[in-house]
Design a protein around this ligand. Structure first.
Ligand code: SF4
Length: 373
């Protein structure tokens, strides 16, 4: 029997644009939210019918800022998902939210429709860093949102944080981690800042107004954070993700394990039955019914993607699953890349899994180059 699908719904609206962001999201556009919700529901229903109402066991409402939708609109989307797909009774249903945008009515709409996990874009506990990032909230908004979420009954709460910021240093990151832990989350994502070309933050760094940490400092901060969070009971299970026991994000684990998922909404991507499908990135194009782009994923590309995603996991790539899916073992598909990286101490094989060593994590991009088709 096929494994249940993951379902992703994209909400491309934001209050304002953050200084580092190149995600598909737009500030304002309030008037488009109602037609957008209707179009997403129509897409969900059409796809569910086309596929014969298949089983699904994770839902992720991401963005953008899904918490900018009206409670009625988010309810409509969750109801459409439930009608169009056979959702497992214990499905993990996550909604992303930004501090300062959550209301009791919105949270109640989520809970009434089965949402059981909330992911808050906290990013930093330091006001100067929040300003530098162009975030539209303050730390007090994070604290207030956590209180509201717990009152609404969310027992599974993630905070997104950022490391490797200009001027942050380990002392700054540690302060953010301490204050985040003080809010008793169940899961933490701690992403290193990546400068995306064309963003205001990247232009400021290029102009010389800000200095990014050097590679060595960034790596030191990363490993300090890993040790600090593990000592606080948050086990690392992916490069940037940490969870208390029983709180790993099932939706993201499915993606890293190269399981099938469907995407709905502008710019949303999906992967199923060996094909990748991506909706038009612009809200207007999506609303006008522009067709998604579709392509078959070659066996070779699938093999590389499986390795690239699987090695993000601390447990690494499941070699038996790789062999079953690809019809050949990893040593047959990538003989030199595997042998060279094992010999260099960047990979290790243990209990049927191939995984990066600590040194391998530091140079993951370079190690992956060897696997490129
Ligand atoms: S809230 Fe998120 S998606 Fe929206 S602009 Fe900021 S970083 Fe981008």
């Amino acid at each position: 029997m096929a494994k249940p699908l993951g379902l992703y719904v994209h909400f491309p609206f934001c209050r304002s644009k953050c200084a580092y962001c190149d995600f598909p999201s737009s500030p304002g556009q309030e008037a488009l939210r109602a037609p957008y919700a209707r179009a997403v529901c129509a897409e969900i229903r059409a796809r569910g019918a086309e596929l014969g109402r298949p089983a699904a066991d994770t839902v992720f409402l991401g963005g953008g800022t899904p918490s900018l939708m009206e409670p009625g609109q988010i309810s409509e989307v969750l109801r459409a998902l439930r009608e169009a797909f056979s959702l497992a009774p214990d499905a993990e249903i996550t909604c992303e939210a930004n501090p300062g945008t959550l209301t009791p009515a919105f949270l109640a709409a989520l809970r009434e429709n089965g949402a059981n996990r909330l992911s808050l874009g906290a990013q930093s506990a330091k006001e100067g860093e929040l300003r530098l990032l162009g975030r539209a909230h303050r730390w007090a908004d994070v604290e207030a949102s956590v209180r509201l979420a717990r009152q609404a009954g969310f027992a599974n709460l993630n905070l997104d944080l950022m490391s490797g910021l200009p001027g942050q240093g380990w002392a700054g990151l540690k302060e953010t981690l301490e204050r985040a832990l003080g809010l008793r989350p169940d899961h933490l994502s701690c992403y290193s800042l990546i400068l995306e070309e064309g963003t205001p933050l990247s232009r400021e760094v290029q102009r010389g107004g800000l200095e990014m940490p050097g590679e060595e400092e960034e790596r030191e901060m990363y490993w300090n954070a890993v040790r600090f969070l593990e000592a606080a009971g948050f086990a690392q299970y992916e490069i940037s993700n940490f969870a208390r026991p029983g709180f790993r994000c099932r939706h993201n684990l499915n993606c890293w394990n190269y399981e099938e998922y469907l995407g709905f909404g502008a710019s949303a991507a999906g992967f199923s039955r060996g094909r990748r499908r991506r909706n038009p990135p612009g809200i207007a194009d999506y609303l006008s019914g522009a067709a998604p782009e579709e392509e078959a994923v070659s066996r070779q590309d699938a093999a590389f993607e499986r390795v690239m995603l699987g090695l993000r996991l601390k447990d690494g790539l499941d070699l038996a699953a790789f062999g079953r899916a690809q019809g050949a073992g990893i040593r047959a598909v990538f003989p030199e890349a595997v042998a060279d990286n094992l010999a260099r101490g960047l990979l290790e094989e243990k209990e049927g899994r191939l995984r990066l060593t600590a040194r391998g994590f530091d140079v993951m991009d370079r190690a992956l180059l060897d696997f490129l088709p």
